[in-house]
Design a protein around this ligand. Structure first.
Ligand SMILES: [Ca+2]
Ligand SMILES: [Ca+2]
Ligand SMILES: [Ca+2]
Length: 255
């Protein structure tokens, strides 16, 4: 078959690669993105391709496609107050329940939505609203168990976290050291750093024990390049004041 007469046979990914090459605007980069076979065909049908690429070029201005990587790392959660029920036994002076049965989510995404985090903006521990078993925060087993948590600090590298496209459900298996969400941020977009943790209660509604968020931006391209959000994050605490069930602080950083 004569490829000169078959310009429409170019695969869409091939044209996309070509368009990207043109957007970069460098001849060398242009050559690199083409396979040898495609390069031969380009030589034969350059005119047809230039037209296709030009239409793509006008449809997608290069500036709008520029994204800047922002990494949101959740360091730890610190519970400074905890109350999981008062003691009703008058003969026992200190039998209040100070252990939370914890499950929850941390996450980050831009105003563009989940796509800004590769479709997986959330990291979940335990299983939302369920209590199949109990274990401790750093346990090597019981990924879906609630975590027994008291007043204290709990490091997000030590707990099993799965990735989620939705804040209440896992889309992947659970891993440790899975406490960073990578974002692709466009100039002019805002992004949100968010946490939602609950205490499981068998005989009453589950309680919010750490629910809070912070918005960042919008930033200009120059600000994203200069990473001004790194210092901004140091002035934006993720904390929930005592609500009758708990008070929490979530340490995080941006890079
Ligand atoms: Ca409770
Ligand atoms: Ca409890
Ligand atoms: Ca409880």
């Amino acid at each position: 078959m004569n490829t000169i007469n078959q310009p429409h046979k170019f695969s869409t990914p091939g044209v996309r690669r070509l368009a990207r090459g043109l957007l970069i605007g460098a001849g060398a980069a242009f050559a690199l993105v083409l396979s040898p076979a495609l390069r031969r065909r380009v030589a034969l049908t350059g005119a047809a391709l230039t037209m296709a690429a030009t239409s793509l070029l006008s449809a997608q201005p290069a500036a709008a496609d520029t994204t800047y990587p922002v990494y949101v790392t959740f360091d730890n959660v610190k519970f400074t107050m905890v109350n999981d029920g008062s003691c009703s036994n008058p003969l026992v002076w200190d039998c209040n329940d100070t252990t939370l049965e914890l499950y929850g989510t941390v996450g980050a995404y831009t105003t563009a939505g989940a796509v800004s985090a590769g479709g997986l903006p959330y990291r979940l521990f335990g299983k939302w609203a369920s209590h199949p078993c109990e274990t401790n925060w750093g346990s090597s087993w019981g990924t879906t168990c609630t975590k027994e948590v008291n007043v204290g600090t709990y490091d997000f590298t030590k707990v099993f976290l799965c990735d989620g496209s939705y804040y209440q459900t896992c889309s992947t298996a659970y891993y440790k050291y899975n406490n960073t969400v990578g974002l692709q941020v466009h100039a002019g977009e805002q992004f949100k750093v968010t946490v939602a943790m609950q205490d499981y209660d068998a005989t009453s509604a589950n309680d919010n024990v750490c629910v809070t968020y912070q918005w960042f931006g919008p930033y200009t391209a120059a600000q994203l390049q200069a990473k001004t959000y790194v210092t901004d994050a140091q002035n934006k605490a993720l904390m929930m004041p005592f609500n009758g069930d708990a008070e929490c602080w979530v340490a995080y950083h941006l890079s």
